[in-house]
Design a protein around this ligand. Structure first.
Ligand code: DP6
Length: 329
């Protein structure tokens, strides 16, 4: 008997951020969000259910991992086990080709790949919508790594359905995400812990209230391939999320001095008509997003900034995919 599957998923970068939950049990976000999958970066995950196991095991980049990462994986697999009435524990092997925990949303690609492999290994083939809805129980942003290209994560306020869908394919717009890495250290306060305190900031309510307007502007900018409009709303949204973080109790400062140096540089480059923008997640690294035609110039300018350790490059990418499944019983 074999119950094994392997899946691959890309992380995503949000133009309109998810920060805070309105329902922790149902994992419903405080506001809808918009993102783009990042090609070149990926997580590949193999799940094998095994009758003889007494608990799940987790290997991350060839290293055996215990709590708290294993606990989070087990909680997510418990979700799948309840759904499928299965009792088997699993070996999970996951490989990332990018640094974990440095604000690169490794949890997004990790739980998207785990949702797909973890269900396929049991012979369950969920629709994209159901798979996305499932992945969000692992990590909110993971639901956006299930569909391809440019993605929106929406929650229906009436029925509470919450899942992400693609509104433009990966080849719709040749943007490039140049991720300026300033630190590869594991971040001190993860998104999960940080979000719990979001409501303690007086700015969170205003950020959430204004989200529908920013979502409209962002969706239109992407559909019209309008980099100036995208820059305006993306930077505003990133700044607003960081303003909430900085004014939460306890306050969270994810920016490093080098992060601010890049943001200011991007503002200067825009004055020189370079089609570029920036956004930051819960970490110091800066996603510098530009049109492909400007990539060489932006890359060479980023390389001149001394605090930049390295630069990762990603183009818009497709959906999470199953690489192999063997479920003969
Ligand atoms: C700042 O999805 O990592 O990257 O749901 O607690 O696992 P959990 O959080 P996660 O949060 C991502 C937050 C963000 C913004 C975003 O990607 O929308």
């Amino acid at each position: 008997m074999s119950m094994k599957a392997t899946a691959i998923a890309h992380p995503n970068i949000a133009f309109i951020k998810y920060w805070g939950l309105k329902d922790e049990v149902g994992r419903l976000p405080a506001n809808d969000s918009i993102s783009m999958n990042i090609g070149c970066l990926s997580t590949r995950t193999m799940v094998e259910y095994d009758r003889s196991l007494e608990k799940d095991t987790l290997t991350l980049n060839d290293q055996k991992v215990t709590r708290p990462a294993l606990q989070r994986v087990t909680a997510f697999l418990d979700h799948i086990r309840r759904k499928t009435n299965s009792q088997y524990f699993a070996h999970v092997r996951s490989e990332n080709n990018f640094p974990i925990g440095a604000g690169l949303a490794s949890s997004a690609s990790a739980f998207a790949a785990l949702a797909l492999a973890g269900t396929a290994a049991l012979g369950l083939h969920l629709s994209e919508k159901d798979l996305s809805g499932l992945a969000r129980y692992g990590s909110g942003s993971a639901c956006r790594s299930i569909p391809g290209g440019f993605v929106e994560w929406r929650t229906d306020p009436l029925v509470g359905e919450s899942f992400a869908f693609s509104f433009a394919p990966a080849d719709h717009w040749n943007l490039v995400d140049l991720i300026a890495i300033l630190s590869e250290e594991h971040k001190l306060v993860g998104s999960e812990a940080g979000m719990i305190s979001a409501l303690s900031s007086p700015f969170q309510e205003a950020r959430v209230q204004d989200a529908p307007r920013r979502l409209d502007l962002c969706r239109k900018a992407i559909l019209n391939r309008d980099i100036n409009a995208l820059a305006k709303v993306t930077e505003l949204d990133s700044n607003m999320m960081h303003a909430v973080m900085m004014t939460s109790d306890p306050p969270l400062f994810y920016w490093h001095p080098g992060s601010l140096a890049i943001m200011k540089a991007v503002k200067e480059w825009q004055k020189q008509d370079i089609p570029v923008t920036y956004t930051l997640d819960a970490g110091p690294n800066v996603h510098v997003i530009c049109l492909q035609e400007a990539m060489r110039m932006v890359l060479s300018r980023l390389r001149q900034i001394p605090t930049v350790l390295k630069i990762l490059k990603g183009m818009p990418a497709g959906p999470a995919r199953l690489l192999a499944a063997n479920t003969s019983k």
